[in-house]
Design a protein around this ligand. Sequence first.
Ligand SMILES: NC(=O)C1=CN([C@@H]2O[C@H](COP(=O)(O)OP(=O)(O)OC[C@H]3O[C@@H](n4cnc5c(N)ncnc54)[C@H](O)[C@@H]3O)[C@@H](O)[C@H]2O)C=CC1
Ligand SMILES: O=C([O-])CC(=O)C(=O)O
Length: 271
Amino acid sequence: MLKIGVFGCGAIGAELCKAIDSGHIDVELYAIYDRHEQATVDLKDKLRNTDPKVLEIVDMVKHVDLVVECASQQAVYEVVPAALHAKCDVMSISVGAFADQNLLKTTTDLAKEYNCKVYLPSGAIAGLDGLKSASSTSIYSVTLTTEKHPRSLAGAPYIIQNNIDLDAITGKTVIFEGMATEAVKAFPANVNVAASLSLAGIGFEKTKVKIIANPALSRNIHEINVEGEFGSFTTRVENVPSPTNPKTSYLAALSAISTLKKIADPLQVGT
Ligand SMILES: NC(=O)C1=CN([C@@H]2O[C@H](COP(=O)(O)OP(=O)(O)OC[C@H]3O[C@@H](n4cnc5c(N)ncnc54)[C@H](O)[C@@H]3O)[C@@H](O)[C@H]2O)C=CC1
Ligand SMILES: O=C([O-])CC(=O)C(=O)O
């Protein structure tokens, strides 16, 4: 059975571990890690059938087949190269880190060298399947419009650097408009989905991102518009936020669960 290490025990990591613990995913949860020890303690308390070891990344990679990063963009720099050097496959949910072309190249080079796979789940959006198909011909534009409650944007570097008072926002307000390359750094905990879109489509320099704060919202909305030689499509997901992290949509955790389930499943149905 596939041995898994989960790096990051927050909203997504905890849901993923609970899905393994409940038997929903047929893998062995061998190890977990979080820089906040209490997060590992709290997570272990919630698990009924498994008792993973708490191992730092250097030790985790010696024992597992696949490492799942669900921590932060910063953690990707530590976790992904370490896993690949140890010939482990990796799933990474903090996809925005791969806007760094050096990290992206190192990752793909290492994965090729060691014959490993790097899985980047769809996260909190729908439509990557259509975008990937459409990419075989010309794509004219890809636009992500993300609308969240202002509290979900709190702490983002862009909000801090521009002294934006989120409490003063009383109506729908455009906070940011730019390209994905800038957006994923400016809002590292809000628009990792812009990175997945960029990688599946026309790249970080051409993928447009608009971020709107709306205090009337209780859901995280991601709308994607794609125009190309194939025609056009729009997807819109109105996401229920994770109860433990309002920045993160529940669908993102479900996407990580679904990706891991697919990796573990011996039967692969469909194209
Ligand atoms: N691709 C997508 O669609 C989505 C991606 N994300 C990203 O996924 C990641 C996880 O999201 P959540 O579980 O909601 O976050 P969270 O904040 O609830 O949990 C993250 C956990 O990882 C730990 N952590 C962070 N950096 C670490 C490091 N360098 N070393 C060790 N532990 C570290 C934290 O202590 C925390 O317990 C975040 O980067 C988030 O921005 C979130 C939602 C959607
Ligand atoms: O969960 C979401 O709504 C999307 C998100 O935070 C991200 O892409 O970083």
